[in-house]
Design a binder for this molecule. Structure first.
Ligand code: ZN
Length: 415
């Protein structure tokens, strides 16, 4: 049983962590993309060390790792809990002033500045939160609950384990990563050093969320090569690649296979960039499906449409490159069913209704799963990511801490 007298520390920690600006940067080519992420990572490593985790440290890339040694005689697989320290480049994460709305009584929540309102119609979860304490922004920044709520919850779980040695667990690995929001969170991670067999990212939304299925993803770069000539002498000679690109875009299916025409389990192809001049027009596509084999089908379709397009512009050429991005983590998790089963069992013991739906996107866990660390995503209580409307409920954060503890307990008992 969870110690009901336990004084949670996650909210105090959270309010402290969000004060440190850790916004990542999509344009940057360095790693981590912004040095300031290390300000928080360094502080976390120091905190873990002071709590007694002797090997706690931050490496040169900004990854924080630490070990909570096992306190059981059983042979339990080491499991890792992971969260990312960076916040989204979409909205400023500097000078965050969180507002705690104590004892929420229902209805929309207007923010102090900017005319922002957290609406119940957009956040149906609020209906279950009467009496809860809801943390919001003051309307000028994002909140950073994504993923500092997860960071704080993991830190609190460590605090709980250390103050409750009677709670048996195997080896627990803690890992805080940079640059998740710019899709590079696993780029420099040393999994060997981490030494975990399975992982859980604590970066989900509503209480009960357990995400074990993501898109499979490729990127496709299509280059149309035309021919440039001074426009004054271009008759019969110029081939304007911008027009080739436009013709190609116009040939795409209009009522299917795009983000704006699909949902649930449907995949899509999506043009994210179109840059060109007369000579060269480059289009970037992201290709998405829950079924990895579909990607090849979609890519074939685009290739054929592109080839048909250049046929209409004699003398032009097309070059196509496919770049693998990530794969549906379910393919890996299905090979290690206990990772999901134990997480479900822990929800059941806490009497929390599981919420499981496929993510129409990727997580660090998708990449980690294919790098050899099967890693589903569990709830952290974060809502309305990447915006001024971000919020998190104190009581959800407490439940997330309990959930982390319970997962480790289940692993110990089932070993
Ligand atoms: Zn996140």
């Amino acid at each position: 049983m969870f110690d009901d007298k336990y004084q949670f520390t996650c909210v105090d920690r959270f309010l402290k962590y969000v004060k440190i600006d850790t916004q990542s940067d999509e344009e940057s080519t360095s790693f981590p993309s912004t040095e300031k992420q290390k300000d928080l990572s360094k502080a976390l490593a120091e905190e873990l060390k002071q709590m007694g985790l002797k090997d706690a440290h931050m490496d040169e890339w900004g990854y924080v790792m630490a070990t909570l040694p096992a306190n059981t005689d059983k042979n339990v697989d080491p499991i890792a809990f992971l969260a990312h320290v960076d916040t989204s480049p979409a909205v400023s994460g500097k000078d965050i002033n969180p507002v705690i709305n104590k004892n929420y009584q229902g209805g929309d929540i207007p923010l102090k500045n900017g005319g922002w309102v957290i609406k119940v119609s957009d956040n149906p979860e609020l209906k279950d939160m009467i009496g809860y304490d809801i943390i919001t922004t003051d309307g000028t920044t994002l909140l950073g609950a994504d993923n500092k709520a997860g960071v704080a919850e993991i830190m609190d779980a460590v605090n709980y384990w250390l103050s409750h040695p009677e709670v048996k667990h195997g080896t627990i690995k803690i890992c805080f990563t940079p640059d998740e929001e710019v899709g590079r969170g696993t780029e420099k991670i040393d999994l060997k050093k981490l030494g975990a067999k399975y992982g859980y990212t604590v970066d989900g939304s509503a209480k009960g969320e357990l995400e074990s299925e993501t898109f499979s993803a490729d990127m496709m770069v299509i280059k149309f090569i035309g021919k440039n000539i001074h426009p004054g002498y271009a008759k019969g000679q110029m081939i304007n690649s911008i027009k080739i690109g436009s013709t190609f875009i116009d040939s795409l299916p209009k009522d299917k296979l795009s983000p704006e025409t699909t949902d649930k389990r449907e995949g899509y192809v999506h043009c994210t960039a179109f840059n060109g001049n007369e000579e060269l027009t480059t289009l970037k596509f992201i290709i998405r499906s829950f079924v990895t084999a579909d990607l090849k089908e979609y890519e074939k379709m685009l290739k054929e449409l592109a080839e048909k397009t250049v046929e209409k512009y004699p003398g032009s050429k097309v070059e196509i490159e496919v770049i693998e991005q990530y794969r549906n983590m379910k393919e890996m998790l299905d090979k290690h069913p206990m990772v999901e089963a134990n997480a479900l069992e822990a929800l059941k013991r806490l009497k929390i209704e599981p919420i499981m739906h496929p993510i129409r996107g990727g997580t660090d866990g998708s990449r980690l799963s294919f790098m050899g660390l099967p890693t589903p995503n569990i709830f952290a209580g974060e809502h309305s990511f990447h915006s001024q409307l971000e919020w998190v409920a104190v009581q959800d954060m407490h439940d997330a801490v309990k959930y982390i503890i319970e997962i480790a307990k289940v692993w110990e008992e089932k070993s």
